[in-house]
Ligand binder design. Sequence first.
Ligand code: NCD
Length: 318
Amino acid sequence: MASKLSSVIEVKQFKERELLEEIFSLAEEMETADKQGMYGKLALTTRKKILATLFYEPSTRTRLSFESAMIRLGGEVISTEDAPTFSSVTKGESLVDTIRVIGSYADVIVLRHHEEGSSKIATEVSPVPIINAGDGTGQHPTQALLDIYTIRKELGRIDDLEVGLAGDLLYGRTVHSLTYLLAQQKGIKLYFVSPEEIRLPRDIIHYLEEEKGGKEDKVSFEETTDLKEIISKVDVLYVTRIQKERFRNIEDYNRLRGSYVIDKEMVSLMKKTSRILHPLPRVDEIAIEVDNDPRAAYFRQVHNGLYLRMALLKMILD
Ligand code: NCD
């Protein structure tokens, strides 16, 4: 079967519900096979493939989950953990040259880079598929896929949902990708909760208002600074940290951090059936006391990420 997927650059590639469903069911198969120890079922069908992880920004989950996913599929991994320090980037090598070179060694490259649009540029020169693992403040499509997969697993649907996205909506690339992905589903109402200074970028608001268009599939949304105003309405509360490293001025960060803290009291205002998601890492925006609440789904979300990424790799490489 020809692969339906090559590079993964942005969530707009996943407009087709059929493709999403295919990824979800493959991820479920991966989880079942993994849990039953049926590793043969997981293996890639062709020769041992090699995944390269090339990260210019820090990461724990994304890099290690892709690497773990590849190893579980029977593949191998090569990696530069901190490309700006430990690769030829220090000698002045450009991203496109680095990609051309790594593309000769690996069958797929997972790239995290500080510049928006870098993954797209990489695909133009890469001899092998590129997976965008975060391009600056742009997108983080595989995170959004695992987020929506988690929503489906937890709530049984990805349509007819009220979703609150809270925290750093300006710099948080996971919010950008998830907003686009949710906007592609039906009956979605979004609440964007942030301090004024770090509201969702206006081009995404414009997309929701104009480009998305069409009467039936129009996404309704509200922007607010007050979490309490919306917390009792949402089916999903997607919490993000304030992205310290993106601020030019540390005083601004210090003023905005702690804007929203989800503690037991806040959670008590939420519906019993709702869920709290967070791409992690968290700093102080969700109190540890919330972790044992059944609505806290963020560690289950991490686990889902592994299987979702196995599914993506399998689709790309087989
Ligand atoms: C996110 C990222 O790198 O954008 N982390 C992740 O991949 N789970 C979120 C963040 O760093 O806040």
